[in-house]
Design a protein around this ligand. Structure first.
Ligand SMILES: Nc1ncnc2c1ncn2[C@@H]1O[C@H](COP(=O)(O)OP(=O)(O)OP(=O)(O)O)[C@@H](O)[C@H]1O
Length: 739
């Protein structure tokens, strides 16, 4: 943004509002600037209405279809003054419940005092013919909330906070918003609102909070704890929490922080307990989730189910139907499912997890059990459904999850009070399930419901907190079958064999000739790596191997650097979907979104609406990792329409921050998805990201073809680096202690 000195200033009265986006406040209006005449002004001016006086700083620009416009950077707004302006304002419908006729009578009666009366003495409005007391009070109330919104906007603008916060804040706190914000600016640090801790902290200090105020210290501690959920921890050791918070807040006196922590413990907002040989500090919800999962898992593992009569005969029939003979481990898995209330089924690629899962499903069907199939992501659920020939759901969908914007929490329609009807639930890709989702799932199972958890513990762990699958396996408490034999068919695949090699800490075979499905293209430098990847996507794979570009996924361990996803996305977009041929595009932040682009939703949004391509069905929710293609960029409505596998979603400007280009995605984001061809850039990346689990997960995403482009020394570095990032989780210790 340019300095305000360099900006032009125009002043005038709003003549008409041409367009206003209620969600983000984007407004196009006609400003009457006296001698200069009417000027079209665009920018964020939520709630602006005719009659208001505006002083706008900004710059002139030329819009392709609408001509000369003034783009507002900062706006000072004055309530309408003078009878005409007050009339224009009220007659425009700016205040709910007041139309042109009422506005005329009000101004005739009260003149330029009308707005004061409306705000402070609305009962006086009964003087006007036809206005009852009830209506007068309602008009006053509407005006006050309108004013509340305006003041909130002014407060946000004055403190350098995004105006887009006004609507969600107002939805949450109503008329009290300003008061609430002033008394606790840290409420802004919340996933939905997305304000950084440092911005809220700046605000807190600027409204006069002392650097060592308990409120600040407690907010810092809570922020550190919740921030660390994103690193996968369910708790933090007390000394680490205190140290990290002291650094965050720049306070030296850790004693004051210790006191702050005590206060939080006393109020039950955090729990401290000696767990896993640590003085563990948990946020209450995480503590509760971990205890709940441990208890329920322990109870279910003790629950012995009765095997159906003639189990062997049933197994024979299933094998006949599937046309295979189970290997001993697979047989054991299916048999175990007959008698265990909960079980784990684990193994690497090609060891027959899916085949065994289908066996378990067939067994449950033969036993007359109503069985639900689920997976943590939409893509994983889709694949599971296709492989099993019945519908599979995401766990969120199975539980009918909704986002409650008032509390900022997820609400599960199915829980203890309304459990799932299913007699058995089978979950695939369990490595991606975090502790809170597991808690929700377990809470929704009826007392006698069976649960089969299938997964590969060597995949990267869940994005959310906990080390669920790993902890369940290592606790030794849950009945488990681990599949180790690689099937002949799978063993012919270099993808499968190399994945196993990497998992054992051996180098993948990078020089295997050209008849396989696993290739290595050596490029010593980053620019060469990026160029080769672009060429593979654009020409080599589509033309030489018949794999269309939309079935190729480029992966990188990192977002930054030349071979990180941000830069690769720009290069691949330029090659596959360049601008300039009439396809509409829109710049947003560091990205250009263009019609035809592949994009990814990067956070869970439970509220966003979608409709089916054929218009027959509609619903809500697009989730982190969902991949789609841009159908339309509408510059007039400022919307971008995306097709997610047949579900059509319209993104308004305020939602665009949830969308990213997806020609290249990080390996972490690709978890749980499979692609026909995968190209992995192995060149740049922090040591933490050049890790064995990342390479293993990348390889196992490929169905037909896997290509590494880059430096073999970096490949070796990844294989050697098996230091998994430590996750603080108490589940394993808790399970071990259970009676
Ligand atoms: N008992 C069996 N007899 C013959 N072939 C089998 C048997 N079990 C599995 N297979 C074959 O081995 C291959 C791998 O099996 P499956 O897809 O079930 O493994 P997976 O562990 O789910 O692998 P991935 O994790 O890679 O999806 C498949 O081609 C499957 O048909």
């Amino acid at each position: 943004m340019a300095d305000s000195e360099e900006l032009n200033l125009i002043e005038g009265t709003v003549e008409a509002v041409i367009y206003q986006n209620q969600e983000n406040g984007y407004t196009v209006l006609k400003l009457d600037c006296g001698e200069q005449g009417g000027i079209t002004v665009v920018g964020c001016m939520p709630g602006a209405a005719p009659g208001e006086g505006l002083s706008v700083r900004g710059s002139w620009m030329r819009h392709a279809s609408y001509g000369e416009q003034f783009k507002a950077e900062t706006v000072d707004r004055r309530m309408p003054a003078g009878e005409k302006a007050v009339f224009d304002y009220l007659a425009s419908g700016a205040v709910r419940g007041i139309g042109a006729a009422t506005a005329k009578r009000m101004v005739e009666e009260f003149g330029s005092e009308t707005l004061n009366i409306l705000e402070e003495n609305p009962e006086l409005l009964t003087k006007i013919h036809g206005v009852t007391r009830k209506r007068a009070l309602a008009m006053g109330e509407n005006f006050r909330s309108q004013m509340g919104m305006r003041r909130l906007l002014e407060f946000l603008a004055a403190n350098g906070l995004p105006l887009q916060l006004a609507m969600p804040l107002y939805r949450r706190y109503g008329d009290r918003t300003l008061e609430v914000l002033r008394s606790n600016p840290y409420l802004l640090v919340d996933e939905e609102l997305g304000v950084s801790f440092s911005l809220a902290d700046e605000l807190a200090l600027s409204v006069g909070l002392d650097g060592e105020d308990p409120q600040r210290l407690e907010a810092g501690l809570l922020f550190e704890l919740s921030h660390n959920l994103n690193n996968g921890h369910t708790f933090l050791p007390r000394h680490k929490l205190i140290g990290a918070t002291a650094q965050l807040l720049g306070v030296e006196d850790t004693e004051a922080l210790e006191d702050g922590l005590e206060a939080l413990v006393e109020r039950g907002e955090v729990i401290q307990e000696d767990t896993a040989k640590q003085e563990a500090v948990y946020l209450f919800d995480l503590y509760e989730a971990e205890c709940f999962v441990a208890q329920r898992m322990a109870d279910m593992s003790a629950g012995e189910m009765v095997a159906p009569e003639g189990l062997d005969r049933i197994l024979e029939n299933i094998q006949k139907e599937q046309g295979i003979t189970y290997a001993p481990q697979q047989r054991e898995a299916v048999r175990l499912a007959a008698t265990a209330q909960v079980m784990l089924l684990t193994g690497g690629p090609g060891t027959g997890k899916t085949t065994s899962l289908r066996g378990v499903l067939a067994l449950f069907e033969a036993m007359g059990l109503e069985t639900a199939l689920a997976a943590p992501t939409g893509r994983a659920a889709k694949r599971l459904g296709e492989l099993c020939g019945v519908e599979a759901f995401t766990i969120h969908r199975l539980l009918e999850t909704q986002f409650d914007s008032a509390s900022g929490r997820l609400v599960f329609a199915h829980d203890e009070s309304d459990p799932l009807k299913a007699d058995a639930v089978i979950v695939d890709e369990t490595s991606m399930v975090d502790i809170t989702l597991m808690r929700a799932l377990l809470a929704a199972l009826r007392g006698e419901c069976r649960l089969v958890l299938v997964g590969d513990p060597d995949q990267l762990p869940s994005v959310g907190p906990g080390n669920l699958l790993g902890d369940l396996i290592r606790s030794g408490r849950i009945p488990m079958v681990r599949l180790t034999e690689i099937f002949r068919q799978a063993a012919e695949s270099a993808i499968v064999m190399n994945a196993h090699a990497v998992n054992r800490g051996e180098l993948p075979d990078l020089h295997n000739g050209s008849d396989k499905d696993f290739f290595f293209l050596r490029r010593r430098d980053a620019a060469g790596t990026a160029d080769t990847i672009v060429e593979l996507c654009k020409t080599r794979l589509p033309q030489k191997m018949g794999i269309p570009a939309d079935q190729i996924q480029v992966l990188s361990p990192t977002r930054r650097h030349t071979t990180g996803t941000a830069s690769l996305n720009r290069a691949i977009q330029e090659a596959l979907n360049p601008g300039g041929d009439g396809r509409a595009e829109r710049r947003f932040g560091e990205y250009v979104f263009r019609e035809g682009d592949r994009v990814m939703q990067v956070r869970n949004n439970y509220d966003i609406l979608w409709r089916q391509r054929d218009g027959m069905e509609s619903g809500m929710g697009v989730f982190n990792g969902d991949i789609g293609a841009i159908l339309k960029v509408d510059s007039r409505d400022e919307t971008i329409t995306v097709d997610f596998d047949g579900r059509i979603v319209e993104y308004t400007t305020d939602l665009l921050g949830e969308l990213e280009p997806a020609y290249a995605v990080t390996v972490h984001k690709a978890q749980g998805s499979e692609y026909r061809a995968v190209i992995l850039a192995v060149c740049d990346g922090a040591p933490m990201l050049l890790a064995r689990g990342v390479l293993y997960t990348a390889i196992t995403r490929a169905r037909e073809l896997f290509i590494i482009v880059g430096d073999e020394q970096k490949v070796a570095q990844m294989v050697a680096n098996d230091r998994q990032q430590r996750r603080y989780s108490g589940l394993r210790a808790r399970l071990a202690k259970m009676e």
